[in-house]
Design a protein around this ligand. Structure first.
Ligand code: ZN
Length: 459
């Protein structure tokens, strides 16, 4: 009986959730926008009227748990593949490949070899017959599996947000010769640039940069409205990572611990990647004891939770600086006042996700999601079969209008309340029946055994 009541109650909630939804037929075009380095708590610290308006009509995920290392290229590739860095092979801003003996830098990144361990959505969506576009998204100007997005432009820092957006809307609209794209990815480099130069704690500089970012979000909404796309496309606004405040007081100098002759440096801060030239154990021992705000790992001992071990491009030793600490080889010069790349469990490294469009719930807010879950969500929205990936639809399902979804803490709370009320009612009934049983009773003669000589009036 109790179980029936609880189940009936939960079904009621489920039905309510479903009633709240609106369904649409067939997949809608999807626009994915990244504002580089948009730390999740900027949303609370700075006024963002346009962004607030956008997610008030859709959904907000307050913090995205992104992938390690929390750098631009690994995380942008994770967003469009659903893979951890160890699986898609874009592991850092600077890499060395021991098989091909090639070096990768973000300013020299178009060799397809680096990107070929995964397939981004702008390529796989074409297999479903869609046109796609990628505007300056990391990897979008690279031929991956002999293909690019239908439309793309290589990175050009002089091109304004408005110009990039203008191209995207034209590609989404299509023309008489060609249908509009079904998936478009758009990249913008702020507030990352300002965060690096001034640090996230510089309220004046960050307020200015975020005001511009918010104006660009306003521009995005008005451009889509003007072209009749608003309400007919799904829009995701997100970022790759956050930003931590650095300081010249928080420098870790490698040369203080070990002669640089002992190793080849592939990447430096806040995650250093090293190839020992001499005795690897000795090199590791020295670096392991180097600084209390830096952790050294032999490749085989890198923690599972970082998903950063199973790739030949991960070097034999990595060093991870604590939040806000900067690794340098020598000297007292701080390269940047703000940086990212640190442990992806740190809230300062997390971005956010806002989404709006016919497929999303309205006015829904949730605290967290894995960034690798965005890829299966996008495949679901586009009805594109996902490539093997590290994400799931479990968390993202709650964001969608046509999916029933359990708000787990709410449901657990309600179940506990129902059980408490039922227990209380049961207790009251028992007490009442017990009190009745203590009242005057009619005389009743007991059956007494013949050989029992005790008092026959005892019950
Ligand atoms: Zn970035």
């Amino acid at each position: 009986m109790l179980l029936k009541i609880v189940l009936g109650f939960l079904c009621g909630i489920r039905a309510l959730a479903a009633d709240n939804n609106t369904a649409q037929e067939g997949p809608l075009p999807l626009l994915l926008v990244s504002f580089d380095g948009f730390r999740a708590d900027y949303l609370q610290r700075f006024p963002m009227p346009n962004l607030n308006l956008l997610y008030s009509q859709g959904v907000l995920v307050e913090q995205l748990t992104n992938v390690f290392i929390t750098k631009t290229f690994p995380n942008h590739y994770s967003l469009v593949t659903g893979l951890y860095a160890e699986s898609h092979g874009i592991l850092a801003s600077n890499m060395y490949d021991p098989v091909s003996h090639k070096y990768f830098h973000t300013y020299n990144d178009t060799d397809p070899m680096w990107w070929s361990q995964a397939r981004p959505l702008w390529i796989t969506a074409q297999d479903s017959g869609y046109k796609t576009a990628a505007m300056m998204w990391p990897g979008s100007d690279v031929t991956i599996g002999n293909r690019t997005a239908t439309h793309f432009l290589p990175y050009d820092s002089t091109m304004t947000f408005q110009q990039r957006l203008g191209n995207i809307t034209n590609w989404m609209l299509g023309n008489k010769k060609e249908p509009g794209v079904m998936f478009a990815a758009l990249y913008w480099e702020e507030p990352d640039r300002t965060g690096h130069i001034f640090g996230p704690d510089n309220t004046t500089a960050m307020a200015k940069a975020l005001k511009e970012v918010d104006e660009n979000i306003g521009l995005l909404m008005s451009e889509l409205k003007q072209n009749g796309l608003w309400g007919r496309v799904n829009v995701l606004v997100t970022s790759d990572h956050g930003m931590a405040q650095c300081s010249a007081e928080r420098l870790i100098q490698l040369d203080d611990c070990l002669d640089p002759e002992n190793y080849t440096l592939v990447d430096l801060t806040p995650v250093a990647a090293l190839i020992p030239r001499k005795d690897p154990e000795l090199v590791f021992e020295r670096l392991n004891k180097c600084h209390k705000h830096m952790t050294a790992y032999l490749k085989k001992a890198i923690p599972d939770r970082l998903h950063y071990r199973n790739n030949e491009r991960i070097q034999p030793i990595i060093l991870i600086a604590d939040e806000g600490w900067t690794i340098v080889q020598r000297g007292n010069k701080l390269p940047r006042l703000g940086d990212h790349g640190y442990d992806n469990s740190l809230p300062s490294m997390h971005p956010f996700l806002a989404a709006v469009g016919p497929s999303f719930r309205q006015g829904y807010r949730t605290s967290s999601l894995q960034s690798v879950d965005i890829y299966p969500l996008m495949c679901h929205l586009l009805s594109v079969p996902p490539q093997p990936n590290n994400g799931t639809m479990n968390g993202a399902r709650c964001l969608l209008a046509d999916e029933s979804c359990w708000d787990v803490p709410l449901v657990v709370g309600l179940v506990v309340c129902v059980l408490l009320v039922l227990s209380f009612i049961t207790l009251v009934f028992r007490l009442m029946s017990h009190r009745r049983s203590l009242g005057p009773r009619p005389f009743q003669r007991l059956q007494i055994d013949d050989d029992d000589d005790d008092d026959p009036l005892l019950e």
